[in-house]
Ligand binder design. Structure first.
Ligand code: NAP
Ligand code: HSE
Length: 428
């Protein structure tokens, strides 16, 4: 019989317990598929006494995750604690220095410290595998790194935060405000301990930064992402967008442009016939585009015990089979620093505004847009009972700077009642 692959697991929360369950329940299947038993030598979490709903009595307990990482009877350190540095990074570094492979679900750590960790791993001839870090149970890292290895990747796009997608779709379906649905999601335990990670777009941007590095051969660059969360999305915008044939999604996009690497995570409108628009609730979707393959759409559970543990185990199985490879798909020392595109590629925009209802108001807005070089594609004014008229405009493709110039000049027209809303429309 082949030697077992021996794991040390730090973190016994949602994901860690899911991993322990799979290893206990699927031992025969895992051995049949990898050719060797997969066992757990030691575990660690903050509180030893907590009932976690799984039997941990067969495993050695360590209070310190670094001690797990350095044990002689551990081949692979499985980091499932979270956090961009702190114990997660310290234990990951300790494991690599001790000659162990690492499997993690920690997107924050990789988005911020991925380059330094990848260089350390590769200098030691070890792997860091992280399928669970991006889009939970969806095998997007493997697809990008292996399945699409023969392609020049032209664009990576996706809805990668289930909590935000839940909030946006629930607002639409229930006709409730952002504040009401945020409170509901929080009450259901759908949000991170720090909800800003979700609704501020940070969690999704961590995931995009990782995908972007693999897709474009660049050093992972979280700070290069133009980032906006979903807090300013109102039920009025969701309804108005639907009326114009769109859904609003927190959408991540990474693509090479003539001006550099464009990476953005922001609320966008997508056509309601597109696959991304069909995504309801907490599900994730990643769209990958390659020069040879065209477009690939991956959809599935982006979070939760089973889906995330499934992705962790895919990495463990690869290591059991002896499959490793560079952390970001090519040697870390060959990854280049991306020149960030300071301007986005031109796009159509959705504008919603309230105009003072008097003769010539609409003409003034049309003039301001025209003077900034922004052309109107569609326009709609709604019936109203008060003195402000709700107006929606969809522009032809234009640049962000032309649009910003028009929005600035609108303030001087004296026909605006309130601040206009502008959202990018993404072609998918
Ligand atoms: P969680 O439920 O909060 O569990 C975290 C675990 O880490 C707990 O067992 C905790 O111990 C332990 N821990 C925290 N600090 C520690 C320390 N200093 N020393 C030892 N143990 C420590 O988190 P999770 O949801 O399982 O997430 C784990 C990782 O997976 C994170 O990186 C997260 O971003 C990622 N992830 C999660 C999901 C998901 O659906 N949950 C999806 C994709 C990726 P105690 O239990 O004793 O407090
Ligand atoms: N908070 C994340 C989400 C969990 O809602 O998608 C999975 O990364």
């Amino acid at each position: 019989m082949s030697d077992p692959l021996r794991l040390g697991i730090a973190g016994l929360g949602t994901v860690g317990v899911g991993v322990v369950r799979i290893i206990r329940q699927q031992a025969a299947l895992l051995e049949a598929r990898t050719g060797r038993p997969i066992s757990i030598s030691a575990v660690s979490a903050r509180s030893q006494g907590k009932d976690r709903g799984v039997n941990l009595s067969d495993y050695q307990w360590e209070d310190d995750p670094v001690a797990v990482a350095q044990r002689d009877d551990v081949d692979v350190f499985v980091e499932l604690m979270g956090g961009e540095d702190g114990p997660a990074k310290a234990a990951t570094e300790a494991a690599l220095k001790a000659g162990k492979d690492v499997v993690t679900a920690n997107k924050a750590m990789l988005a911020i410290n991925g380059q330094v960790l990848a260089e350390l791993a590769e200098s030691k001839g070890r792997a860091i595998r992280y399928e669970a870090a991006v889009a939970g149970g969806i095998p997007v890292i493997k697809t990008l790194m292996e399945g699409l290895a023969g392609n020049e990747i032209t664009r990576v796009m996706g809805v990668m935060n289930g909590s935000c997608n839940y909030i946006l779709t629930r607002m639409e379906n229930a006709g409730k405000t952002y504040q009401e649905i945020f409170a509901e999601a929080d009450g259901l335990g759908y949000l991170e301990a720090d909800p800003q990670l979700d609704v501020g777009g940070i969690d999704a941007a961590h995931k995009l930064a990782i995908l972007s590095s693999i897709a474009f051969g660049t050093k992972v660059d979280f700070d290069g992402i133009q980032l906006e969360g979903i807090e300013r999305i109102s039920i009025e915008d969701i309804r108005a967008a639907a009326d114009m044939g769109y859904k609003i999604k927190l959408l991540g996009v990474a693509q090479r442009t003539g001006r550099g690497l464009e990476q953005r995570m922001q609320p966008c409108l997508v056509p309601d016939t597109s696959p991304l628009a069909q995504l309801d609730g907490g599900t994730n979707m990643v769209v990958l585009e390659g020069d040879a393959v065209g477009q690939i759409v991956l959809r599935g559970a982006g979070a939760g015990e089973g889906p995330t543990a499934s992705a962790v185990m895919a990495d463990v199985c690869d290591i059991a089979r002896g499959i490793r490879g560079p952390v970001f798909g090519q040697p870390a020392t060959t990854l280049v620093r991306a020149k960030a595109a300071l301007t986005q590629l031109p796009a159509s925009y959705y504008l919603r505004m309230e105009l003072v209802d008097k003769p010539g108001a609409l003409a003034k807005i049309a003039t301001v847009l025209g003077e900034a070089g922004v052309s109107i594609d569609r326009m709609r004014q709604y019936a109203h009972e008060n003195t402000a008229a709700p107006v929606l405009i969809v522009t032809h493709k234009t640049t962000q700077s032309s649009l910003d110039a028009a929005l600035a000049n609108m303030e001087n027209t004296r026909v605006m009642a309130g601040v206009p809303v502008a959202l990018r429309i993404e072609e998918v």
